[in-house]
Design a protein around this ligand. Structure first.
Ligand code: F6P
Length: 525
């Protein structure tokens, strides 16, 4: 560690924080004050978030007090943005039109690998093994751009549950299969264990050179090579790429093999356009900043504990887990960079499901539950299928749900409705109490002209930067994940105990009674 320990003033001591919090409490959702931001071709409608002139000014002053401009430059220029791990978080350079030489060379190698495989029509099947950031982005992109015209078949194995790997291997011909191991660290238990199964499966198929059927993307090429993967099949990423941002690297090899290198390049171009917007747009027009400040107001002032993501696009089914990792692994912290408690609630629970399924699952809770949650509606103006009536219905549902959350329904309206529906004068007021809808529940509407690699890339970068801005306000490091690391260490010890090893005196004592009991019990199976 070379960087000095930062000396950050506590958020709650800042007069700018008090001003922001007071303004957020006094502000309201101004449903007739249209606020739509154009960010890299995406429309971000924040009309449904609380707003006031004072809140706008207070937000800007708060970011200035948190040295936002300087921290953004550090992030975008590859400075040390991840202080607790003493390294950069330079995912933006991976998608830059003119990246540093090392990145350009790796991009080129990946494209060449795909070009060659395509020209030889090699690898009918791909098994992609990786977890978290080495998995969700690839699933998301392949699901989004589908298999139309694609002749390769892709299976995923992330979970350490053997059923995942069993399903991934079932029925495939090893001679036509490439196993891709994506792991920045090349030490992740799930990936190595699943990889080991794949390696055995290739060997059992009697292949002359099983290593030729494997590729790896990692920041530890030495470990991948020692594992038996040929050098020509190892693609590099760098320690300054966080796992949850690694989609922009050769981790997208599987995407390129499945749905083309053009998809990967298109996503990178869209993300780079959003990076420019984030770097240059003024505060009031800057979509990631505005979404972030609305999020801080919702979470830290207005007390909303969660953020619901509602993509009204069936193809974006994996967007929710992708954003869960991005947001919750980044902002699920309560200590600031100086090591002090942040003092206000930080990252929300992120959850959701594509609409309209979500409407029949949990939207009732959003409408009339006691807590409620802000919702990010995401929809494409144009569809890519040939049934316009489906798309009209989808768009209508998206707008209707949002309108209900925003405008609600008064007691009088509900009573009239009940009377019209045939209730008598005695039952109508009683029924009306059940039908009242408070309204005023915050939401954003993100409209993509259509789902293309470019717009998806821009959308993901929009959320990345939103998360970054929130981390600046709260003063936390969004680029580490010590909690996850701790869980991994404990699991390693318990694996050994389940395999029969006796814990050292300290470890044994550290287990609680229940864990001790179940270790004993599971040992018998
Ligand atoms: O979940 C923790 C984490 O470290 C993520 O940040 C990362 O995406 C995932 O594990 C996988 O890590 P790796 O790519 O090193 O296998």
């Amino acid at each position: 560690m070379t960087s000095p320990i930062p000396n950050l003033p506590s958020l709650q001591q800042l007069p700018e924080w008090k001003r922001f919090a007071d303004a957020a409490e006094a502000a309201s959702v101004r449903t007739n004050d249209l606020r739509i931001l154009d960010a890299a071709g995406i429309n971000v409608d924040i009309t449904g978030q609380v707003a006031s002139e004072e809140l706008e000014a207070a937000g800007q002053a708060l970011l200035e007090a948190r040295q936002f401009g300087q921290l953004r430059s550090t992030l975008l220029s590859g400075g040390i943005a991840n202080l607790t791990e003493d390294r950069a978080a330079w995912h933006t350079v991976l998608r830059a039109p003119a990246p540093i030489a090392d990145v350009a060379a790796e991009r080129q190698r990946m494209n060449e690998f795909v070009r060659q495989a395509d020209s030889e029509r090699r690898w009918r099947n791909i098994i992609h093994i990786g977890i978290g950031g080495s998995d969700w982005g690839v699933r998301l992109a392949i699901n989004a751009f589908g298999y139309a015209g694609a002749w390769r078949h892709v299976r995923f194995a992330a979970n350490i549950d053997g059923h995942a790997m069993q399903g991934a291997l079932a029925g495939l011909d090893a001679r036509e299969t490439l196993v891709v191991l994506a792991s920045k660290s090349f030490t992740t238990a799930e990936t190595l264990q699943n990889g080991q199964r794949a390696r055995e499966w290739l060997a059992a198929a009697g292949l002359e050179n099983p290593g030729e059927h494997m590729a790896a993307i990692t920041a530890r090429p030495d470990l991948a090579a020692a594992w038996g993967i040929p050098q020509a099949h190892i693609f590099k990423l760098w320690d300054w790429v966080g796992g949850r941002f690694s989609l922009w690297s050769s981790v997208s090899l599987t995407t390129a093999l499945a749905v083309s290198s053009d998809v990967v390049a298109g996503m990178q171009a869209g993300a780079a356009a959003m990076d420019n917007h984030f770097a240059q747009a003024p505060f009031a027009q800057n979509a990631p900043i505005q979404m972030a400040m609305a999020g801080v107001a919702n979470r830290s002032v207005l007390g909303y504990g969660s953020l619901n993501i509602a993509p009204y696009d069936f193809r974006l089914a994996h967007l929710v887990p992708y954003l869960q990792q991005l947001d919750m692994e980044s902002l699920g912290k309560s200590v600031d960079i100086a090591g002090n408690p942040v003092g206000v609630p930080t990252g929300p629970v992120v959850w959701g499901m594509p609409g309209t399924d979500a409407q029949h699952t949990f939207f009732q809770w959003l409408h009339q539950g006691s807590d409620g949650a802000p919702v990010d509606f995401i929809v494409c103006q144009q569809a890519d299928h040939s049934w316009p009536d489906h798309h009209t219905s989808l768009l209508a549902n998206c707008l209707a749900q949002r309108e209900a959350l925003l405008n609600g329904k008064t007691f009088d309206e509900a009573q009239q409705e009940s009377l019209h529906a045939g209730a008598d004068a005695q039952h109508a007021p009683w029924l009306a109490k059940h039908r009242v809808h408070a309204g005023g529940r915050p939401s954003s509407l993100v409209v993509l002209p259509k789902l293309s690699p470019y717009t998806l890339g821009a959308l993901l970068a929009l959320y990345e930067h939103k998360v970054f801005v929130q981390s600046v306000v709260w003063g936390i490091n969004p680029f580490d994940q010590w909690g996850v690391e701790y869980g991994k260490v404990l699991a390693k010890g318990i694996v050994q105990e389940l395999a029969g090893a006796r814990p050292g005196p300290d470890e044994g004592q550290r287990h609680d009674a229940s864990t001790r009991h179940w270790i004993e019990e599971f040992r018998k199976s």
